[in-house]
Ligand binder design. Structure first.
Ligand code: HEM
Length: 410
């Protein structure tokens, strides 16, 4: 799946499947891009590239204003963030997250609205306190501003001049807020339950500006794929009412306090449904990375400065790894039916660059299903009929409806 911007080739999944069948899993695309469509090879190439990656220099480094210090490996940053992500998926944090999502949806009850937009924001905005704990309303609003820039670019694909100027202003405001909080937190002796806490030990080594860059990377991670995935989940709940009923039965059978502990064994249908939704509609169909240095892996050579492309959508839809790959069938995840997929299932990315927020992200998807099925009713407008736009990522279109509190929910 190549970049769809003007001047580059557009390859449909069927063309791609055919090309891989004929030419093998390594394809040469235009503009020095190598496509890797074998799951194990994709992981090796990505790892070879990432292993030497370090936190990029900032303007201060380019100007030589910081003394020479050993670079910090991206791996180290990822380890700090992933461990913190695991801790943040604890029941106490999940309770607070659920209540924030609940409050968000309650505020949006009663009016006809775009349900993709609603899902995106119901997931993205409540994540912000997990990035930086203790922000006041003004600072939260500044970070919501950054999320607006992401929403306008990714979902609305609005790149008009006015939007760009507005985004510049919003991003600068958010960046100033982040820097202020980092400086404040360096002086704070109390530990906070947020992603910033895990990066504070790096401030002395790489400076406030580069830690601010890392925080903005996590903010970007929070402000795209989680929301897109939530929109797909809501769409799947609407498209497959029998699954909605099964999930409702599971989530209403459990007290909320138990749900916050994410007892996946007691939520088997919810679990299969989420797995299948992010298989059929993975957040990001393909990703393209520059080679930061020469890469050699199993006979594949990619020169520094060239690029390679990996595709979760291809891997999730290839008949080499799945029976009837295009059919939405959560029961394919039943233990009795599971088939080996050779590592093709990558909804949270490829291992060396996989999502550092997957623990929180997955937990939030479970809570979102619970919230939608047990606490709210969604009436989707029949006309025009909702449909799934598949262009780089999946987003439901013409997906309009009304959210109301569910009678008897509490
Ligand atoms: C359903 C929820 C989520 C999904 C489906 C998802 C998916 C992904 C995927 C596919 C990648 C790999 C992108 C790439 O390789 O370029 C990724 C990376 C990342 N995600 Fe997530 N994500 C989710 C939630 C989150 C959350 C909640 C956070 C933050 C708390 C987060 C932070 C990140 C970051 C920082 C990266 C970049 C990692 C790196 O560059 O090494 N994600 N995510």
């Amino acid at each position: 799946m190549a970049d769809r911007s003007a001047g580059t080739e557009v390859i449909s999944i069927n063309d791609l499947l055919e090309r891989v069948r004929q030419e093998g899993p390594v394809l040469n695309f235009q503009n020095d891009v190598v496509g890797i469509f074998d799951p194990a090879l994709a992981v090796k190439v990505d790892k070879a590239n990432t292993d030497q990656h370090t936190v990029p220099d900032s303007l201060i480094d380019y100007l030589g204003l910081r003394g020479a210090a050993p670079p910090v490996a991206w791996r180290e940053v990822r380890a700090l963030l992933s461990e913190q992500g695991g801790r943040l998926a604890a029941p106490e944090q999940m309770r607070a997250l659920y209540l924030r999502m609940h409050a968000f949806l309650s505020r949006r009850c009663g009016a006809v609205q775009d349900l993709s937009e609603l899902s995106w924001w119901a997931i993205s905005e409540p994540l912000l306190p997990l990035l930086i704990d203790g922000m006041d309303a003004r600072d939260t609003d500044a970070l919501i501003g950054e999320q607006k820039t992401r929403y306008s670019g990714i979902v609305l694909q609005d790149f008009g001049v006015f939007r760009r100027l507005l985004n510049l202003h919003l991003s600068r405001r958010a960046a100033r807020t982040v820097v202020r909080h980092i400086k404040r937190r360096v002086r704070d002796t109390r530990a906070h339950d947020d992603f910033l806490q895990s990066l504070l030990p790096l401030v002395g080594r790489i400076g406030v500006d580069r830690v601010a860059y890392l925080i903005s990377t996590v903010l970007a991670g929070m402000s795209g794929l989680p929301g897109i995935t939530a929109a797909s989940l809501l769409y799947a709940l609407h498209r497959f009412p029998e699954w909605q009923a099964r999930i409702r039965a599971e989530t209403t059978a459990l007290p909320l306090e138990t749900l916050y502990t994410l007892p996946m064994r007691e939520l088997p249908c919810t679990s299969r449904f989420i797995k299948e939704t992010i298989r059929v509609w993975p957040g990001l169909f393909a990703l393209r990375r520059p080679a930061w240095h020469d890469i050699e892996a199993e006979g594949v050579s990619i020169k520094k400065g060239a690029a390679y492309e990996l595709s979760s959508y291809y891997q999730h839809h290839s008949p080499e790894f799945w029976d009837q790959p295009d059919v939405f069938d959560p029961d394919r995840w039943l233990p009795s039916r599971r088939q080996p997929n050779k590592g093709a299932y990558v909804p949270f990315g490829f291992s060396s660059r996989a999502c550092i927020g997957s623990a929180v992200g997955h937990a939030q998807l479970v809570l979102f299903c619970a919230l939608i099925t047990r606490d709210f009713d969604i009436q989707v407008q029949a006309e025009p009929a909702p449909w799934m736009k598949l262009e780089g990522f999946a987003i439901p279109i013409d997906f309009k409806g009304v959210v109301t509190p569910r009678a008897g929910a509490g």
